[in-house]
Design a binder for this molecule. Structure first.
Ligand SMILES: [Zn+2]
Length: 444
């Protein structure tokens, strides 16, 4: 389902990661084996950041480390399986002429070209959703539960999947109608228009994510001034125009600690989730919120839309070169006439999916670099190196803490726990050297 139209995938991706600046899932503090490890502050030599980083990492028990490594490394394979499944489905609907038959059906129903695109897209999207559902259910339901990251039973989880599917069935056809209008009107430059339309769609998705989120979670003002005031003070210090801090009931779905600064023009909103409030101390909360404010201040939402537009451009350029060549060779057998024919959608989708897959290290590194910027902003704004180290360890319950450099380059869309703790310890050594103030608590 999510693999089909990479537009949707990437929209959700960027909307989730950058604009909302959401932090992914960390520690399951409610299960016994993970409860205490990340709350330990090790005795460290502040003046030796490398040793201090190792000391923090060593507070994580071996069994817990093995579990998070297994979870995260499993994700490498899931990336591959998802892409192979998407490519296999595309090939199957082309070679069996299911795609051509859906197009014929749409043409029999109406003469209006845009409506034909919609009538093609709806059953096509449903087929994709159905065929990918076993992998989707395994990856996002059973696997999350197996690793203790999810809190939702199957009924409510499935209901949310259905809401997401309905949204997809509304918005994807709209995007495709616009895309295919460009494909018809610009037979030579369609790939440039496609890039522009994809970028525009991504921008709209980023902006509207604030209105989509309440379909899944409840946002309400945070009552406790002991938490909200220190956060609002950081917001004021950085001229972020907010008057309230919101709490979101993320524990409905998972144990993940998360927070975000979202909104557009007058609707700017700071929200932190109830897991963050339950699992973290104030220094940790301040550090996470300062990171999120970094996303806002550094305009990461807008910047990532621009970066992703470049990836779209690469994808559509490859599609421009390969689509016609493939259709010349197999078009007749598959019943695909050309780029303006909706029956070619699985081919366009397969090409873009393959390009995005090959760009994985570039895409992940692009996002990781912006996350690192937010980290640097966060530590300088919050001045909480130990809080940063503790949060990095909490995030390490699902993300490999200490990967190799190549592994981090290819697969990490956030800095690893080791990299984040090292940044915190370098900061601490520079600002709070031993012999100055206390070794484990930063001064404000
Ligand atoms: Zn972030």
């Amino acid at each position: 389902m999510r693999r089909f139209l990479f537009l949707i995938l990437v929209s959700a991706f960027v909307a989730g990661i950058s604009a909302r600046g959401q932090e992914p899932p960390p520690a399951n503090a409610t299960t016994a084996s993970t409860a205490t490890a990340t709350d330990v502050t090790p005795a460290i030599n502040v003046n030796d950041p490398a040793a201090a980083t190792r000391a923090w990492l060593e507070t994580v028990p071996a069994d817990k480390r093995a579990r998070s490594n297994a979870y995260f490394e499993g994700g490498y394979w899931l990336l591959l399986w998802n892409v192979l499944l998407a490519l296999a489905i595309s090939l199957l609907v082309l070679t069996t002429r299911i795609s051509a038959r859906l197009r014929d059906f749409a043409e029999r129903m109406t003469k209006i070209r845009s409506l034909q695109v919609v009538l093609y897209a709806l059953p096509y999207l449903l087929i994709i959703a159905l065929v990918t559902s076993p992998l989707n259910i395994y990856e996002h339901y059973f696997r999350e539960h197996a690793y203790g990251l999810a809190t939702q039973s199957f009924g409510p989880w499935f209901r949310e999947q259905m809401i997401a599917l309905v949204l997809q069935l509304i918005f994807t056809p709209i995007a495709l109608v616009i895309l295919y209008a460009a494909f018809r009107l610009a037979p030579r430059t369609w790939w440039m228009w496609g890039t522009a339309i994809a970028a525009g769609f991504l921008l709209v998705a980023t902006m509207f994510s604030v209105y989509i989120e309440p379909l899944f979670n409840t946002y309400k003002p945070l009552k406790d001034p002991a938490i909200s005031e220190p956060i609002l003070a950081m917001a004021r210090a950085n001229q972020i125009p907010v008057k309230q801090v919101f709490e979101v009931d993320a524990s409905r779905q998972s144990n993940r600690v998360s927070a975000n600064v979202a909104g557009f023009l007058g609707t700017t909103r700071i929200a932190l989730n109830d897991n963050l409030l339950k699992q973290c101390t104030l220094p940790e909360i301040r550090e996470v919120m300062a990171h999120e404010m970094g996303h806002y201040i550094l305009n990461h939402g807008a910047k990532l839309v621009i970066y992703f537009s470049l990836f779209f451009l690469v994808g559509f350029a490859v599609a421009r070169v390969s689509f016609d060549a493939i259709v010349r060779r197999w078009g007749e057998r598959w019943g695909v006439r050309g780029i303006a024919d909706p029956a070619g959608l699985p081919l366009v989708s397969a090409i873009l999916t393959a390009v995005m897959f090959l760009l994985t290290p570039v895409i992940n590194s692009t996002i990781r670099v912006t996350e690192r910027e937010a980290d640097a902003f966060g530590i300088n704004c919050s001045r909480e190196p130990d809080g940063m180290a503790k949060v990095a360890l909490k995030l390490g319950s699902y993300r490999k803490l200490d990967p190799g450099p190549v592994e981090e380059f290819i697969f990490f869309d956030h800095p690893s726990g080791r990299a984040r703790i090292r940044m915190a310890m370098d900061w601490k050594a520079a600002h709070l050297p031993a012999g100055g103030s206390a070794t484990s608590e930063p001064a404000h």
